[in-house]
Design a protein around this ligand. Structure first.
Ligand code: ATP
Length: 196
């Protein structure tokens, strides 16, 4: 029997959060050091990683540049992807976090050797409330994490995609511009009326 126990509080949190991100409610950006942010994120999962006897590899070069971004949202993005990698990988498995610079972008990858995503489900996993067809046992979730991740990536003018092989593992790749072009509000594009 497949039982899905949804935590209502975190469901409501995620829904409100998704609304905020999509509406551009908090689009303030500052310099974000990904290496440090990832280290903090990992700390939050240490217990889970140890309890599942998992191996965590972090390959983030010290030279990785800081990016202009919303630190709270980037942390949420990393947290959601790490949470999934751990949740959908059986005990004893491994998760790898990789980062590199490519021109004026940074690439962040979260890889696991877990259950993977069936090809039929792949086009839909970033959709709200979608969960893949290969979830057996009691893996809780509402299907909102990746919708949030995608909206955060888009709010930063980035791209995200997934490669996965069922039974072998999954890799999420996020590409973010180091300095996204910020859109000025419409009224700021007009000449100021008292400018001359
Ligand atoms: P929530 O994030 O709301 O707690 P969730 O994990 O089901 O629940 P998403 O993070 O949006 O929701 O993921 C959608 C679906 O994509 C998952 O239900 C799962 O089927 C699949 N999925 C996501 N990440 C992985 C992964 N690393 N390995 C295998 N399947 C994954």
């Amino acid at each position: 029997v497949h039982v899905n126990v949804i935590n209502i509080t975190s469901l409501i949190d995620d829904l409100l959060n998704l609304g905020h991100i999509e509406s551009g409610f908090d689009s303030t950006k500052e310099s974000v050091h990904l290496g440090q942010l990832v280290e903090f994120a990992i700390e939050g999962f240490r217990r889970q990683i140890d309890m599942k006897d998992m191996e965590l590899k972090v390959e983030l070069p010290a030279s990785l540049p800081s990016i202009l971004a919303n630190p709270v949202q980037i942390r949420q993005m990393v947290d959601k992807m790490l949470d999934n990698a751990i949740k959908y990988t059986p005990p004893g498995g491994s998760v790898t976090l990789r980062g590199e610079q490519e021109g004026d972008q940074v690439i962040l990858q979260v890889c696991d050797n877990g259950i993977g995503v069936p090809a039929v489900d792949l086009p839909y996993i970033f959709d709200k409330f979608y969960r893949a067809s290969n979830l057996s046992g009691n893996i809780p979730g509402a299907g909102l994490g990746l919708a949030i991740v995608k909206s955060i990536v888009e709010a930063h003018q980035g791209r995200i995609w997934v490669d996965s092989t069922p039974g072998r593992g999954t890799t999420f790749t996020v590409v973010l511009p180091i300095s996204p072009v910020t859109e000025l509000p419409a009224d700021r594009l007009l000449d100021s009326p008292d400018a001359g």
